[in-house]
Design a protein around this ligand. Structure first.
Ligand code: NAP
Length: 255
């Protein structure tokens, strides 16, 4: 797929992977729109990359998403919707009753999974009307094996991965040409993973792989450890679970 000249909307584009993606898609000749919940972070991103279009919009909020759609429609629409916004709750011990279990899971599902469905549903007809268009959904290496420190986050990413397979298939059934990419990152050095002691890659390396994958129409883009973990989890789910969840991590679960 050609990137030059396309207009891309990146949700959660003010930090981490989303901000790096904004930089690289601009460099590749795309028009880039980013969203986020913090106006300060949006302004800071615009300061660094003045060519960006910024909109304050919460992916978990239906009114925000509708307003965003209306503004983007007025501007002439988008060719690529990149669902990047995501959150991970603090580690909790699910075996000890706590109202936070529901709060954390609801927040993660609302942003990471339901937010993706809402955005895709809003933009799908717009995308269908374009010449060459795509949706990028963000899953994770943690959609293959659960991490004890982030159980409901992992569940939200499994949901995104399964949903993405069905969305791609449903579009094919109606002979629709919208391309559906799944980006499955490994551990990437961003604010989200600052408390996780695992080997990480840079957002730059991840986004390089994403852009290469898009250009080659590679619809499932597993990067680095994500590729390995996918294979190992198929061969030995139990061993992969043990490697990802060393005993020492148990002490990090808050009571
Ligand atoms: N980092 C990793 O190792 C890793 C691995 C696998 C998958 N992923 C996935 O990759 C994506 C990006 O992760 P990251 O590490 O770059 O995270 P990050 O550094 O924490 O950045 C998250 C971005 O999303 C925005 N955001 C969060 N909630 C939002 C919402 N409800 N609506 C709109 N924007 C929102 C944040 O800005 P505001 O807070 O101002 O809204 C920020 O711009 C996520 O989907 C994550 O699950 C990350």
């Amino acid at each position: 797929m050609e990137i030059k000249g396309k207009t891309i909307l990146i949700t959660g584009g003010t930090a981490g992977i989303g901000l790096e993606a904004a930089k690289q898609f601009l460099a590749a000749g795309a028009n880039v729109i980013i969203t986020g919940r913090s106006q300060d972070k949006l302004d800071a991103a615009k300061n660094i990359y003045p060519a960006l279009t910024i909109f304050k919009s919460d992916a978990a909020n239906a009114d925000d998403a509708q307003n965003l759609y209306n503004k983007i429609e007025e501007m002439g629409g988008i060719d690529i919707l990149y669902n990047n916004a995501g959150v991970m709750g603090k580690p909790l011990n699910l075996g000890i009753a706590d109202a936070k279990h529901f709060e954390v899971a609801a927040n993660e599902m609302n942003i990471n999974y339901l937010g993706v469905i809402r955005m895709n549903n809003l933009f799908i007809e717009m995308l269908k009307s374009r010449n060459e268009d795509a949706i990028i959904n963000t899953s994770s290496l943690l959609s293959y094996v659960p991490l004890n420190l982030a159980p409901t986050y992992c569940a939200s990413k499994v949901a995104v991965r399964f949903y993405t397979v069905s969305l791609r298939n449903h579009l094919q059934l109606i002979k629709c040409k919208v391309k559906v990419f799944e980006l499955s990152p490994p551990v990437v050095a961003t604010e989200m993973t600052s408390g996780i002691d695992q080997k990480s890659i840079t957002p730059e390396k991840l986004v390089n792989a994403l852009i290469t994958g898009i250009r080659k129409d590679k619809f499932i883009i597993r990067v680095g450890l994500s590729k390995l973990l996918y294979i190992f989890s198929r061969l030995s789910p139990w061993l992969t679970f043990k490697i990802l969840n060393p005993k020492v991590n148990a002490s990090l679960l808050q009571a």
